[in-house]
Write a protein that binds this ligand. Structure first.
Ligand SMILES: Nc1ncnc2c1ncn2[C@@H]1O[C@H](COP(=O)(O)OP(=O)(O)O)[C@@H](O)[C@H]1O
Ligand SMILES: [Mg+2]
Length: 252
C-alpha cells in the first residue's frame, strides 16, 4: 500500500527551481534512499514533505491525508518523523530527559490534535523511552547530559528524538555524516532495527554508497531538482543516466 506520495511537487526559490515536478511513491515498510549530488534538492524535498518549506506547486499525500498547508507539528502527529538536527537537543538535559521531552511535546504540546493518533499516558512514555534507549544503544549513557556525549552518540540521540514522536515513517538526512567507521556501523544497525523490529518505513538521504546499496529496497536519483531514475539497487547501479549524472561514469 502506498504510504507517501508526491505529485508534480515543485519548489522554487526566487528564480531557482530546486524541485521540478517530483513524483515519488513509497510503500509501507520500505526503505527508500534518495541520492544525488550536492544541491540536487534532497533536503528541500524532505523539508517540503515535513512542512518546513511550503511547496510552490504540487501535491503530497501521506496515508490518505493531504499534507499541503499543514504545520510541521500536524505532520508529525500524523506519524511522519524525522531525525532531528543537533540544534533540537537540549544540551543540559540528560539523554533520557531529551527523549521524554520530545514524547510529551508530541502528545500534549498542541491543542490541534489529530484524532487518529492515540494519546499516551505517562507510563506509555516511560515504556517508549526505555525501548528507544535500547534501540539506539544509549542505555548506559541515559543519565548523562546530552552535551557530554561524543559526536556519534549525539547523532543517534537526534534519531531517538525523532523516534520519541512515535512515527510510522522516518526521514533521515545524512545520518552518518562525519561519523567514524564504528559509529557508522552502529547507525546502519540502528536503521536495520527500525525496519525489522519497529516496522518503520524509512526515507534515507546518504552519501555513503556502500550503505545505500546495502540497505535500500529502492533508490531514487535526484539531479537538478528532477527525479532521473528510480529502481532497485541493481537497476540504479546499471542505470546510464545515474552513471552520467551522479556516479561520473565510474564503476561502483
Ligand atoms: N532556503 C533556501 N533559499 C534559497 N535557496 C535554497 C534554500 N534551500 C535550498 N536552496 C537551494 O536549492 C538547491 C537545493 O538545495 P538542497 O535541497 O539543500 O540540496 P541537497 O540537500 O541535495 O544538497 C540548492 O541550489 C540550494 O542552494
Ligand atoms: Mg542536503
Amino acid at each position: 500500500m502506498t504510504l507517501l506520495e508526491t505529485r508534480d511537487l515543485t519548489k522554487e526559490f526566487g528564480g531557482l527551481r530546486a524541485l521540478d515536478q517530483v513524483n515519488i511513491e513509497i510503500e509501507r515498510g520500505e526503505l527508500v534512499s534518495l541520492i544525488g549530488p550536492n544541491g540536487a534538492g534532497k533536503s528541500t524535498l524532505i523539508n517540503c514533505i515535513t512542512g518546513l518549506l511550503e511547496p510552490t506547486r504540487g501535491e503530497i499525500t501521506y496515508n490518505g491525508n493531504d499534507l499541503i498547508g499543514l504545520e510541521p507539528y500536524e505532520i508529525t502527529q500524523l506519524g511522519v518523523g524525522r531525525s532531528f538536527q543537533t540544534a533540537s537537543i537540549f544540551p543540559e538535559l540528560t539523554v533520557r530527559e531529551n527523549i521524554q521531552v520530545a514524547s510529551f511535546t508530541t502528545e500534549h504540546g498542541s491543542f490541534s490534535v489529530n484524532f487518529h493518533r492515540r494519546r499516551d499516558s505517562y507510563g506509555d512514555v516511560q515504556d517508549r523511552t526505555a525501548r528507544i534507549l535500547d534501540t539506539i544503544e544509549l542505555e548506559e549513557e541515559a543519565d548523562m547530559e546530552a552535551q557530554d556525549l561524543p559526536y556519534g552518540d549525539k547523532r543517534r540521540l537526534e534519531v531517538a528524538i525523532g523516534l520519541a514522536t512515535d512515527p510510522d515513517f522516518m526521514f533521515m538526512d545524512e545520518p552518518t555524516a562525519g561519523m567514524s567507521p564504528a559509529e557508522t556501523n552502529m547507525t546502519v544497525n540502528l536503521i536495520r532495527d527500525l525496519l525489522d523490529d519497529w516496522g518503520m518505513t524509512i526515507f534515507l538521504v546518504e552519501h555513503d554508497m556502500d550503505i545505500i546499496f546495502g540497505v535500500s529496497d529502492r533508490i531514487f536519483t535526484l539531479h537538478q531538482g528532477e527525479i532521473i531514475a528510480k529502481g532497485t539497487p541493481d537497476e540504479i547501479r546499471d542505470h546510464p543516466a545515474v552513471r552520467e549524472a551522479y556516479l561520473g561514469g565510474e564503476e561502483v
